[in-house]
Design a binder for this molecule. Sequence first.
Ligand SMILES: Cc1cc2nc3c(=O)[nH]c(=O)nc-3n(C[C@H](O)[C@H](O)[C@H](O)COP(=O)(O)OP(=O)(O)OC[C@H]3O[C@@H](n4cnc5c(N)ncnc54)[C@H](O)[C@@H]3O)c2cc1C
Length: 345
Amino acid sequence: MASLYGTTWDTAIIGAGPAGGALAIDLATFGHKVLLIDKERFPREKVCGDLLGTSALETLKKLGICEKVRRVGYELKRTRIYRRIEVRFLGAVHYPIVLQKEHAARESTFILERRILDSILCEEAATKGAVFTTGKVTEIDAKDSSLAFVRIAGSDTPVRARIAVIATGADILLAEKLGMITRKEATGFAARCYIQSDFTMDEAAFYFDRYRNPSGYAWLFPMGNRMYNAGCGYLRCNQRIDLKKEFHSFLSEFDPAAELLKHGKIASPLRGGSLRTGLAGSNPVGPGAVLAVGETIGTTRPTTGEGIGPAMWSAGIAAQVINEVLRSGDIGLLKTYPERLVRQS
Ligand SMILES: Cc1cc2nc3c(=O)[nH]c(=O)nc-3n(C[C@H](O)[C@H](O)[C@H](O)COP(=O)(O)OP(=O)(O)OC[C@H]3O[C@@H](n4cnc5c(N)ncnc54)[C@H](O)[C@@H]3O)c2cc1C
């Protein structure tokens, strides 16, 4: 195996979520020497609704791991959208009504814990020849445009790479240090927990209450084995909302959630995370030989909060650009990345 510090890597990718994992697979498949670094030891948990939409599955297919994911994921056949509306009478009295709309899945949608999905991506990258290492990257020295020096906590020697890619999700610290962040504040927040229940619900539920929380949404996703992913979030909202309070109101007011809890229990703590959306708030190209992909550059969809598919989509575009740079030696081609992202979005 190539030595971590003695090798000049073609690309060092920091962060092994969907963006970093997908990029590692693509670049290793092109034949490049790829180092994938994550601060967590895998398999690791990632706070997520665990829903793989059509765009995620399409990319997983291109990466050659869709069948593997389908085998271990839970397929959703139907989704039901619930909207709580209020009928106003004489200005003061409100009658809340919950409207429902059922959608049979036209295309496959799967639920798969991120602990498993992200490990599958990393394993595939390793199969293609990428090297994975655990360590927290504290700094990227990008003064030189022909080499990036990546510092991992606990080591005096930096990792050398021809190109460094920041794929650290909503954790923007490294990108910020390099002046790549133009808006620090996240554009949304979401939180989720797991519920274990003997009550059977085999369809996904989305819940919107535009009166109480206009930019908010909540969900319940079956995962198989009596487990459910339940959470809530909000998007495009400047003020910070108390998600814990929102979540507990959702659990008590939304009948299917109350039913699940009547026959079960909350099986994990409620955990939350930021969302960066709308391909905004950053410059995807840094100084020297540095790029960023995924949630760091705001790939998450501003209307739905879906982030796994879009993060991998940006990785696909970055892989094309990096491949061209490594083959031609023309570092100037990195500058075409933002425009390609916009053109293909
Ligand atoms: C509660 C919640 C629910 C969500 N539900 C869904 C959903 O159902 N479907 C969906 O498509 N999207 C969902 N999203 C969005 C989705 O989770 C993200 O958009 C997606 O994970 C972004 O992928 P990424 O690869 O860019 O970053 P991440 O998945 O965040 O991966 C970043 C990786 O970088 C590592 N890292 C960070 N800093 C460092 C460092 N300094 N050194 C080394 N490693 C580092 C982290 O450990 C992590 O593994 C949800 C988000 C939240 C918060």
